[in-house]
Write a protein of this length. Structure first.
Lengths: 267, 267
């Protein structure tokens, strides 16, 4: 049968999601764990299919993987949950044999960046340029695929001194979200105008807005039509919660380091 | 002249604070930076003196270093602030030639841990056992030094789902704070009673409470009597603020990862 799983992972632990020989990847860890359990036969690339290839350093709350399994979810999941490290399996579903996770209805990414020095309204204006169907050649690393993509929504939200940029589309080119984020941030600094961004998108300007660091990018969710009835996998939640609590402790330590070292009052 | 500096650092970047050949340490980075600037002649250990030796992975908001300098603070600090990485110089003072930073009036450490599953009142009771002058042999890695130490205060505060344990004393043995924290946490889990801790401190029990992970320990401040009139060094504050903002972005990403992946509502 074909099984699909929703997975979260800490991108800082991996050389990206797609299989690479001799490097730690999300696909590689899933495949070798499944092979060790006797669920799949080969551990090379292409046995476990992923909805999104995330770059090295990029994290996910809800990427989707699928594979043909000799075991059902009940037999498979406890071992998978307890063996995987830095990957948390949060949902499972038995899917049609023809299901490939890449054929998603939409994918949503979130990017987190300090607000300091960024003007939010300029960023919101700049972000709107991307909405619609465009040739995203100026905002991607091209790899021979059709550079036309549809972005359905780009939002810029303020939260606790941070800006969260949320981008939704049907699919994305290589580095596209990180390059869009870099351009929106440049607009927030006043380094680029919405007009220049529109010219870049139209191919009438060859300015390079750069690329945002991967460690602040999260693949938030992948949606399918018809929707998949994910069964929650509870075992992973506790491990993920522990990791988040550890991160909260490190964050509190750094906030105090800043406050104590500079005499600044905590915000 | 002898200069003293207050320094903050990210312990995860260093193999501890004390000089070790061929390993990155806080003392080593300071010494090689000062040597490159022609301020000191040798880069080996013992040229730059530190108030506290912090273990590998332990961070500081206010450790203190001192060294004999051929340059005054005005000539020295800009280069130091811009060259050092993961170390932030936040204050400077010209001190008496006999000043050694180790001779502090008090040192304060803070430890950050998730509250989940820990009973605060038990931890507060357990923490009080340590206050006063005791032989801390059962809570330290002994290195031939007199194991008697004076702890003046241990507090356990709740903050946003975390517990912050603050320990103040005149000086500490090797690993002492991390072993005290592990014992207090064990009391919070109900694994050890305050009576057992008192017996351990009296040498009447050989139970091992373990040792807390270094990455959540912060050397908060070091105080001297008479107090040193630190001149603020403003250049570093901006770099440290940037680092804290980046950490806040990573923290927000992980909170969303947990919320989105498990369907939990954010706290």
């Amino acid at each position: 049968m074909r099984l699909a799983l929703t997975i979260a992972y800490d991108g800082s632990a991996f050389y990206g999601s797609a299989y690479q020989p001799r490097l730690r990847t999300v696909e590689g860890d899933l495949a070798s764990c499944l092979a060790d359990m006797g669920v799949i036969e080969r551990t090379a690339g292409g046995v476990v299919h992923l909805a999104s290839r995330t770059d090295r350093g990029v994290s996910a709350a809800g990427n989707v993987c699928a594979f043909d399994s000799s075991l059902g979810p009940e037999s498979l999941l406890p071992g998978l949950v307890h063996t995987l490290e830095d990957i948390w399996v949060t949902g499972a579903a038995v899917v049609d044999d023809r299901f490939h996770p890449r054929h998603a209805a939409s994918k949503t990414y979130r990017y987190y960046l300090p607000q300091q020095g960024l003007e939010v309204e300029s960023m919101r204006q700049a972000a709107q340029i991307f909405v619609g169907q465009h040739d995203f050649s100026a905002f991607a690393k091209l790899d021979g695929r059709n550079p036309e993509r549809t972005v359905t929504d780009v939002g810029v939200e303020q939260r606790d001194g941070l800006l969260v940029i949320e981008v939704t589309g049907t699919s994305f080119l290589w580095n596209q979200v990180r390059r869009m984020v870099a351009a929106v941030a440049a607009a927030g600094r006043g380094d680029i105008t919405p007009e220049e961004m529109a010219q870049m998108l139209a191919g009438a300007s060859c300015r390079d807005p750069g690329i945002a660091s991967p460690e602040y990018l999260l693949l938030a969710r992948v949606s399918y039509r018809p929707a998949i009835a994910w069964q929650p996998v509870s075992g992973s939640a506790r491990f993920l919660e522990r990791r988040v609590a550890d991160m909260a402790a490190r964050h509190a330590l750094f906030v105090d380091m800043h406050t104590l070292a500079t005499g600044a009052t905590s915000k």
